[in-house]
Write a protein that binds this ligand. Structure first.
Ligand code: OGA
Ligand code: MN
Length: 303
């Protein structure tokens, strides 16, 4: 008589492999940007899928993940896979319990702004006023207005590639100063949402100097790295010459053929590369509620 021996299944101590998700990267027809369809950021992302997202981000500079039902914790965890997160100087607008998230919102509750109401009213690259500016930022839509509220992105690699020879010569080897307070109190939309900075906050945003033309550390391409939001002057030029040159660079950078205009859809998560693009908030009527959560990933010192 044969004995059938039953051995219990060994208890596995290794974590089960994460399955790949079937998703598509669809480039937009215009200047830059791609949509990522079918990737669910609330599920674990394996290394292969992460590498595809990383590649799409480098190739298209701004990627739009549709319909993401994710929590702040999940946005933070996904952002961290790209690097260290930066905490914004406006502490009063950080999400309670999650300082890695900056609330971008025009909503006023009990007479107080709940978030940064006019982030991006001038073209800018996030945190270019820091020694280590941002690699990229993610904005996740929480509440969207029924009209307006678009975000525009301009390709600064294209701006450099198409820069007329005279302007190339004029900026060759030059650096520019960047400051968070450059246009801090200027109101462009209805109302002025900016809180007065404390001395401690001012100390965190002392002026920095960066090259006007930077090399992207991952794709190797050159990009213009000045913008009207935070750049204050070109080092070593008289003020009028500096202003004229900067104005020409700004006008050249934001020509229509270099721009992608993002019209937000519910639950969009948009992830852009601050080393390749500058961006702008188009604004919306102030009585319409708009709220987004931003995470900001630290990048390298520009070179
Ligand atoms: C930002 C920003 C633009 C917008 O959050 O960094 O510039 O449309 N936002 O809200
Ligand atoms: Mn911004």
């Amino acid at each position: 008589m044969s004995v059938v021996s039953f051995s219990p299944k060994p208890v596995s101590t290794s974590v089960a492999a994460i399955a790949s998700q079937a998703f598509e990267v669809r480039p937009f027809s215009g200047a830059v940007g791609a949509e990522i369809i079918g990737l669910d950021l609330s599920r674990p992302i394996n290394d292969r899928d992460f590498a595809r997202v990383h590649r799409a981000h480098l190739d298209h500079h701004v990627v739009v993940f549709r319909d993401q039902r994710i929590t702040p914790e999940q946005q933070i965890a996904f952002s961290r896979r790209f690097g260290v997160l930066q905490i914004h100087v406006l502490k009063q607008f950080l999400l309670a319990g999650h300082p890695e998230i900056l609330i971008v919102s025009n909503i006023i509750e009990n007479g107080q702004s709940i978030g940064l109401g006019d982030a991006g009213k001038f073209w800018h690259s996030d945190l270019s006023y820091k020694e280590l500016p941002s690699l990229g930022s993610m904005l996740h839509a929480q509440e969207l207005p029924s009209e307006g509220g678009d975000t525009l992105f301009a390709d600064m690699h294209k701006a450099w590639d198409s820069l007329p020879e005279a302007l190339r010569k004029a900026v060759k080897g030059r650096s520019a100063a960047h400051s968070y307070t450059a246009r801090y109190s200027e109101s462009k939309f209805e109302g002025n949402w900016r809180p007065t900075l404390t001395p401690e906050q001012l100390a965190q945003v002392a002026e920095v100097v960066h090259p006007i033309v930077r090399t992207h550390p991952e794709n190797g391409r050159k990009a213009l790295f000045v913008s009207e939001g935070f750049t204050t002057r070109i080092v070593g030029l008289p003020e009028d010459e500096s202003k004229q040159l900067l104005d020409e660079l700004y006008a050249h950078s934001v020509q229509p053929q270099n721009i992608y205009r993002h019209q937000w859809q519910a639950h969009d998560l948009v992830f852009w590369d601050n080393r390749s693009l500058i961006h702008l908030a188009a604004g919306c009527p102030s009585h319409l509620r708009r709220k987004l959560y931003r995470t900001t990933i630290q990048g390298d010192a520009p070179f």
